[in-house]
Design a protein around this ligand. Structure first.
Ligand SMILES: Nc1ncnc2c1ncn2[C@@H]1O[C@H](COP(=O)(O)OP(=O)(O)O)[C@@H](O)[C@H]1O
Ligand SMILES: [Mg+2]
Length: 224
């Protein structure tokens, strides 16, 4: 489903070049659940941002369903980013002035014509993540765990083939983290592809495949 070929990502920083990814080759099949681990600074977020089309390789290729993302025009690549991929961040990225329900509906902002039933689907997703009675609240009225579950509902609104999560439990207590991980398991069991970045060994152990990064390179790629 997705393939990285010799992907490098270099950042220019005050005259210095940081080599965040230094030749990553990886193929992830549809329906896989992959944990990406590695120490801080090893390139995990850089990798996930490329997978999510939020960023592009400095060199190398990123193929989604066989198509090189760099060769797509803006419309096609934003279509992949907005409709095929759901993103969950450590810090939730909910908009504080919108209600929880409106936050879940945000992926529709790029649609000229909202698909019929979208609000209904958003309400169902809120039910599914245990927030059925919180749709009209503001994010600030929720706990961290509830905010992350709302963010997951938002990421799932358009039924993305690929769910990407960057340290989604990094700001959560252990009970909330367990709820969020159970939800991510369910997403995988439902057939969606999941890539989960974590530095927590116990979290990584839930995934059938673990890719470890070190200094921008794949150090190990293990299937359990
Ligand atoms: N926007 C950026 N500008 C400059 N350097 C960056 C940027 N993003 C990441 N880096 C650097 O790239 C390396 C990898 O970072 P990152 O992908 O965030 O690692 P991780 O998520 O594993 O902590 C680090 O050395 C980091 O400082
Ligand atoms: Mg990171």
């Amino acid at each position: 489903m997705i393939e990285l070929q010799q992907v490098h990502r270099r950042y220019a920083m005050s005259g210095q070049t940081v080599h965040a990814l230094a030749g990553v080759d990886v193929t992830i099949a549809a329906g896989e659940f992959v944990a990406v681990t590695g120490p801080s600074g090893s390139g995990k977020s850089s990798l996930l941002n490329i997978l999510g089309c939020l960023d592009h390789p400095s060199s190398g290729r990123y193929l989604v369903e066989g198509r090189d993302v760099a060769m797509l025009d803006d419309e096609a690549s934003s279509d992949i980013r907005n409709r095929r991929i759901g993103f969950v961040f450590q810090s939730f990225h909910l908009l504080p002035r919108l209600s929880v329900l409106e936050n879940v509906l945000l992926p529709l902002r790029f649609h000229r014509q909202p698909p019929p039933g979208a609000r209904q689907r958003a309400r169902e997703l809120l039910d599914r993540v245990g927030l059925g009675n919180r749709g009209d609240h503001r994010p600030g009225e929720l706990s961290g765990g509830q905010m992350q579950r709302a963010a997951i509902a938002r990421a799932l609104l358009l039924q993305p083939a690929l769910l990407l999560a960057d340290e989604p439990t990094g700001n959560l207590d252990s009970k909330s983290a367990a709820d969020v991980l159970d939800l991510i398991d369910e997403v995988h069991e439902g057939g969606q592809t999941v890539v989960l970045v974590t530095h927590d060994r116990d979290v990584a152990a839930r995934a059938p495949r673990e890719i470890s990064l070190r200094d921008g390179r794949i150090e190990a790629d293990v299937r359990r």
